[in-house]
Design a protein around this ligand. Sequence first.
Ligand code: UD1
Length: 358
Amino acid sequence: MLVHLVAGARPNFMKIAPIYRIAQQYPNVTCRIIHTGQHYDYEMSQAFFDDFGLPEPDHFLHSGSGSHAKQTAKIMIAFEAICETEKPDVVIVVGDVNSTLACSVVAKKMLIPVAHVEAGLRSFDLTMPEEINRMVTDAISDYFFVTEDSGVKNLKNEGKPHDRIFLVGHVMIDNLFHQIEQIKRSNASLFASQQLKKRMGAYAFMTLHRPSNVDKKENFEKIVHAINIISTDLEIVFPVHPRTRKMIDRYGIQFSDRVHLMEPLPFRESLFLWKDARVVLTDSGGLQEETTALKIPCLTLRQNTERPITIEIGSNKLAGTSSHSILEAFQRVMGDTGDDYQVPSMWDARRPNGYGRC
Ligand code: UD1
């Protein structure tokens, strides 16, 4: 069986790594990695392949940045040619980025079965490009691998056949625990941020890159106003996404000197920092879940989330995007004991029936 495993942007790489690793254990499965090139800088792509021990992709599609239409079209044209030559038996797509949508549409139109990992999540906010990607991908997928109950419910409400929906836990959490083991085995002095971490003691960790938060000056400034106030209580480590870096420069956004701006970090370096943070502030989808798995308090700088279980039982709180709501949520989280934080079922990196770790 020939499987095409598609990844394109940073949040995809941690999801394909465990799938690729497991696929190697099945002699009748040939798993080829298709990297669309949506993310291409060393620190947004290759650094993750290195941390995860992933081989060179079998195909690199060089889509690069551009408008959504241009990027999606480039991926579709290149992937179609590969499917024509290789005729995969199944295409696995993960997450909700443009590469996910592009490759699922190409495969489906060529009558190749599509499996979507992280299916069924919905923010019900169609201003988010990711929500459109999720809906389109799920509309045409054949197999749905779901991380939380809300995804199963959404897919059933949308009329998907029940026997195609599999609640399987979370490959990204499998990767997380695998990486924690790697950190335990490594020498802490190998981490570039080790000295800073030691000196700060208690600190917050932040990521920010949603277009709705950083592309408009007014929205970005409201968030940064709150962040600068929070930094008087806790120093903040802030690896900066390329989109956000551009906007900081364009708008001349000023941070307090207790906010430590850095280049985007490789996965393990980033985990080394956030796993011991007092609180994580983020608009990422993945970090909401990863912090939930490790019971680290998380403030999500958005109005909604497609990952409601992280709020219902986990350590995540929706903080909104106004200065006031963020500060209010920060006060609440600092008062939390964390006693009631729970981890969703199967987010434990264990294989079914307890057969050891993935
Ligand atoms: C994409 C995903 C988003 C995901 C995010 C994680 C979509 C619609 N969005 O958003 O869901 O959360 O990745 O990072 O698929 N850039 C570089 N180097 C790179 C990649 C991008 O400098 O390696 C710059 C480019 O100038 C580009 C900008 O970052 O214009 C944004 O990149 P893009 O892939 O368009 O969207 P992201 O904001 O990264």
